[in-house]
Design a protein around this ligand. Structure first.
Ligand SMILES: C[S@@+](CC[C@H](N)C(=O)[O-])C[C@H]1O[C@@H](n2cnc3c(N)ncnc32)[C@H](O)[C@@H]1O
Length: 364
């Protein structure tokens, strides 16, 4: 592991450690009045049951929907933003790294993410997010076809459908080139790097802009005994990377952002316009002459809006850097076999692209 990573601090929800003015909510407190206080800017503390918090949030939603009736995109956005703001004024108290309210879930992140402080207030929606992330982390995500169970760290992207992993596995099984060095951009919860290792790659430089991803994959490598195979790095694209790789793999975000991106999970889903041109330009410099660039992608953007650009096709059409060696597509299966797909994602396909540097550009 890169030495600087030992000092990497995870991103975590903000907490309040000082005494603040707040209203106490008990089972006989008027819910509607409490909600009005939250909308007006006052903190409300859930005192008794965890479920009281759920009840208050449901009432907040009902109240705001009376004001935000516009069902169009902007109206919905305004509603979500008003809900987000007011709901974060609903607090729960943590003492000794545990939620004080009764019948509350046990959430290990309250200890893992806040080693230096055991007593604080935290917003109820953040607790819900931590609870869900803790369940996934404890239970793990089993990728049966690969025989791997992932335990994603808080705030890290993890796959819930595995079709693109199957495509990558299929390609890896046929790959006959050198397996000395690989680079993974955007390692997330580590799955593609683990596939590379399982298929005999010796040294992997794996990087991500999300600190939590790097912290999580470091833990996972320890658990899986992969520490000797991987160098982890926190940074943007090929920052700090002086490797020339036999294979570079990137499963990038699949949707073009129409908003300013936030750090963390937002960057796993959405990309800024410049991401792909920057990626291809830098990738060329980090690929061995015989190297392969493998991108996992999806037609999701085109399914949502058929006029959407496809950044890999654009690269091939507009630049003279790479040639296409392979393009595989696969239907996305429903997340559960029991659910028939009737949504817009029915036509969704995952894609695997293999590009090679055009000879004149290959750097020796
Ligand atoms: C769709 S997720 C893929 C995660 C994982 N490789 C997988 O296949 O499950 C994309 C990842 O790329 C990371 N990412 C986005 N922009 C990046 C950048 N400029 N440099 C490095 N990583 C980036 C995100 O934080 C996220 O972890």
């Amino acid at each position: 592991m890169n030495h600087d990573l030992l000092t990497l601090q995870p991103d975590r929800p903000p907490v309040i450690t000082s005494e603040i003015e707040l209203i106490h909510f008990y089972h006989d407190t008027n819910v509607k009045a409490a909600v009005q206080q939250m909308i007006a800017g006052t903190y409300v503390l859930v005192e008794e049951l965890y479920s009281n918090g759920l009840e208050i949030l449901a009432e907040l939603k009902r109240t705001l929907l009376v004001y935000y009736t516009d069902t169009k995109f902007q109206g919905q956005r305004d509603f979500r933003s008003a809900f987000r703001e007011a709901s974060h004024r609903l607090l729960v108290e943590v003492k000794g790294h545990k939620l004080l309210v009764k019948k509350a879930p046990v959430i290990g992140w309250l200890e893992v993410l806040y080693p230096e402080v055991s007593d604080f207030y935290v917003s109820f929606p953040e607790v819900q997010g931590m609870n869900s992330a803790w369940q996934w982390y404890k239970k793990g995500i089993e990728v049966k076809t690969l025989g791997i169970t992932l335990h994603p760290f808080y705030g890290t992207y993890f796959p819930t459908r595995f079709d693109h992993l199957t495509l990558f596995d299929k390609w890896l099984k046929k790959y006959v080139g050198s397996k000395e060095k690989a680079i993974e951009i955007g390692v997330g919860s580590g799955i593609l790097s683990f596939q590379l290792i399982q298929n005999g790659f010796k040294n992997i430089f794996a990087t991500d802009t999300n600190k939590n991803a790097i912290i999580g994959v470091a833990q996972e490598c320890k658990r899986l005994g992969y520490e000797g195979n991987i160098t982890l790095n926190h940074g943007d694209l090929f920052e700090n990377c002086d490797v020339k790789a036999d294979v570079i793999v990137f499963n990038p975000p699949w949707l073009l952002a129409k908003h300013t991106l936030e750090e963390g999970l937002d960057k796993a889903i959405y990309y800024e316009k410049e991401l792909f041109p920057r990626f291809f330009e830098q990738a060329l410099k980090h690929l061995a002459p015989e190297g392969k660039l493998v991108l996992l992608f999806s037609n999701l953007a085109q399914v949502i809006d058929e006029k959407s650009a496809h950044p890999i096709i654009e690269e091939l059409q507009n630049h003279n850097r790479f040639r296409k060696e392979l393009h595989l597509r696969r239907d996305v299966s429903a997340s559960s076999k029991k659910t028939k797909r009737t949504d817009a994602r029915e036509n969704e396909k995952v894609e695997l692209w293999v590009l090679a540097p055009k000879e004149k550009d290959a750097l020796s």
